[in-house]
Design a protein around this ligand. Sequence first.
Ligand code: HPA
Length: 250
Amino acid sequence: MKTLAIIGGSGLTHLRNLSVRERRVMRTPYGEPSAPLVYGTVCGRDVIFLPRHGHGHTIPPHSVNYQANMWALKECGVTHVIAVNAVGAIKTALVPGTLVIPDQIIDYTYGRAHTFFGSHPEPVTHVDFSYPYCAALRETLHDAAIRAGLDVALQATYAATQGPRFETAAEIVRLERDGGDIVGMTGMPEAALGRELGLCYASLSVVANYAAGKGSGQIDLREIEHFLESGMARVRSLLEFAIPLLYDGR
Ligand code: HPA
């Protein structure tokens, strides 16, 4: 049986098309998740929603308890996770407002609790992470985009940075040289923790701005807000197609 969770990022602190049934406060061996889990339905299908930055958007990317979030979802029987992320465009063809279903990650974050396998005296455990996102769920998101009449970019490497400041222009040149197409602060260690728990995890990223040095001046926070609002409206309509596709295949 499948159970879907949606992790909302900046610009998506609640799901407007979610009929809420209950909110459940969770405790895990790693502490509390960012917020109570919101149980509800979208188009009649069960969905669990978790706002990554907390209900009032108060938890910055480097302080999110990614371990507690992913553990809580697993404990509630979640099998599939659609992670919504705001990102900047390194590749300028990905104009602000574009939806991206990334296929690769490079991790530049540090000091975050990034594994469930870090403590003695457990046996040393390694997980395969060659293809960090779940292929089947990416395919579902792509099909949903086609049905919703929305353009999405499918081949993009997500560069995960530490934040909360934006990058320097030189840092973006380096990320570009490394092969990064989009840059965001929340993609890791969330994806890796999901893999360690055996969750089928994919990201739906919304381009909110050109990355540092790629636009015409400084990064403009009002512009980010504007593109996040229109981008998240598109995320909601994509999800309305993705959810029945995931549960019923149509
Ligand atoms: N850099 C990092 N994270 C981001 C950006 C950015 O330019 N835009 C939205 N999240």
